[in-house]
Design a protein around this ligand. Structure first.
Ligand code: HEC
Ligand code: HEC
Length: 445
């Protein structure tokens, strides 16, 4: 994929109401929109209409040109509106969310009654766990770094290798894997039957009777996924800048907000969307296009045992009875499975991993699929000194060693730090929905 070029003339485009279409085209090029929502008009058609108009004052104040402006604005707005997962009928359901929240923190389903999802996905660390590769139940490290779960709802493939095509299909794996939770339907049934509140929430979300076997595991996975979908990272200094630039001159406060963005971070941001070409992959509101690349990291899970990355992920996805093509999906139409139907393995997928989003990085160190980069400085040093011999022959044409000096590295780091909220916002406890309140009051009813 090459960097998307956007025609000049932001203000005229905005006035003519073309900006949303322009953005739609940009995001489609970046692979950020589903094929079922095509842009109404190709980006080039707006070029003539938009030619040579002056930029909004906020952009002029920062010395941005139209390309930079469009590239920056494409990284928002934040947070994106909630869109229920069509494959999960419990998506967005308050009782399912509450059930998932409780089970996430509950050791009773695990094989030894002691392990919880929250052990490896800690809320105070953006639901990552701070270790390069967390140890499994046998004490040996798992093959990969535990992702933070903030903003997971915006992904289309799950796991570093994209081995699942829905959040709930992914969650079935840690539930079953003996190194993680290691539970089964019998144990889940026992936990639900022994706890009237959990049983009530399950009933409110999925109805009676309680199923057994795979159907129960799927319900539990869908409830956990419904909870994980609620974990949005907070708004940041970057979002204030981005919205000020998007508002244009209609917002009299926009220029002051834009000027308040730190100068070193702004230089880093311009590199990020400019000659460092980071935004070729880390693009869109979550700072990822959601697909897979070889970023030049080593990929040995153990000596002599390479991690196949996306190549193994595609094989797992196609063989998965719980994928979007299967009977466990709740989607009403086959559209929801279009991508899964068309995904094909190719040799270049070896050693590719999902492009991570870049929000809330301050919480989720260490970095990379194997946690082998301890700090953001390590990541930036990696891109600066990149060993192109490591990259695929068929060419990650997007990557080349950047050879950044110390000041340039500090600017990129300053920019990345504006993608984390200075204070992780404590989640405001929302009042329980009627269904949840009823379960809390009279669980047996
Ligand atoms: C022993 C540690 C451990 C436990 C326990 C654990 N996980 Fe994870 N989790 C990981 C690791 C490691 C990964 C990365 C796996 C990969 O990508 O191959 C991961 C990845 C994930 C992802 C993928 C996120 C994404 O962005 O694609 C989700 C979702 C998830 N875990 C949910 C859960 C849930 C729900 C539970 C409890 C049922 C759980 N995990 C238990 C270690 C753990
Ligand atoms: C060709 C696509 C591509 C480009 C261009 C790119 N990245 Fe990445 N980035 C990736 C992939 C893939 C990973 C995961 C690598 C791995 O672990 O194997 C990654 C990982 C990261 C991480 C670690 C995040 C985490 O949560 O683990 C950061 C930070 C990052 N990149 C920042 C940047 C910056 C800054 C630039 C520009 C200098 C950049 N990236 C350019 C694809 C890309």
């Amino acid at each position: 994929m090459t960097r998307s070029r956007v025609p000049r003339g932001w203000r005229a485009a905005t006035r003519a109401g073309l900006a949303p279409r322009l953005l739609a085209a940009l995001l489609t090029v970046a692979g950020c929109r589903t094929p079922d929502t095509p842009p109404t008009e190709p980006a080039t058609a707006t070029a003539a209409a938009a030619a040579a108009a002056p930029l909004p004052r906020a952009a002029l104040a920062l010395g941005l040109d139209a390309d930079e402006l469009a590239a920056i604005v494409a990284h928002g707005p934040w947070p994106p509106p909630f869109r229920p997962d069509p494959t999960n009928r419990a998506s967005g359901d308050p009782a399912a969310i509450d059930l998932g929240r409780r089970l996430f923190d509950d050791p009773r389903p695990s094989s030894d009654g002691r392990r919880r999802c929250a052990d490896c996905h800690r809320a105070e660390l953006g639901f990552a766990d701070g270790r390069a590769r967390p140890p499994g139940a046998d004490g040996r490290p798992l093959d990969r770094n535990a992702q933070g779960l903030l903003d997971a709802r915006l992904q289309r493939w799950f796991g570093w290798d994209g081995g699942a095509d829905s959040l709930w299909a992914f969650v079935l794996r840690p539930l079953a894997d003996p190194r993680e939770i290691g539970t089964d339907a019998r144990r889940l049934a026992a936990v639900l039957d022994a706890d009237p509140t959990l049983a009530c929430l399950r009933r409110a979300a999925f109805g009676d009777p309680r199923p057994s076997g795979e159907a129960l595991r799927v319900q539990v996975a869908k409830a956990l996924a419904a909870f994980i979908e609620t974990l949005d990272s907070p708004r940041t200094r970057f979002d204030a800048l981005r919205d000020a630039l998007a508002a244009g001159d209609a917002d009299p406060g926009a220029e002051a907000v834009a000027r308040a963005y730190p100068a070193d971070a702004l230089r880093g941001l311009r590199r990020f969307v400019g000659d460092a070409r980071c935004a070729a992959c880390h693009v869109g509101p979550a700072f990822t296009h959601g697909e897979f690349h070889d970023a030049g990291r080593p990929y040995m899970a153990a000596p002599g045992r390479p991690d196949p990355g996306r190549h193994g992920g595609i094989a797992a996805l196609r063989a998965d009875p719980f994928n979007r093509l299967g009977a466990w999906s709740d989607a009403a139409t086959p559209d929801a499975a279009v991508r899964t139907r068309h995904v094909m393995p190719s040799h270049r997928n070896f050693g590719e991993f999902r492009v991570p989003g870049l929000r809330a990085l301050a919480l989720t160190a260490p970095y990379g699929h194997d946690g082998s980069m301890g700090t953001l400085d390590d990541v930036i040093t990696h891109y600066s000194a990149l060993d192109t011999e490591r990259l695929h022959a068929d060419g990650e044409a997007l990557l080349r060693p950047l050879r950044l000096d110390l000041a340039a590295r500090a600017e990129l780091r300053a920019f990345l730090s504006t993608l984390s909220a200075p204070q992780p916002a404590a989640p405001a406890p929302a009042p329980p929905s009627p269904a949840v309140a009823a379960c809390l009051l009279r669980p047996g009813a």
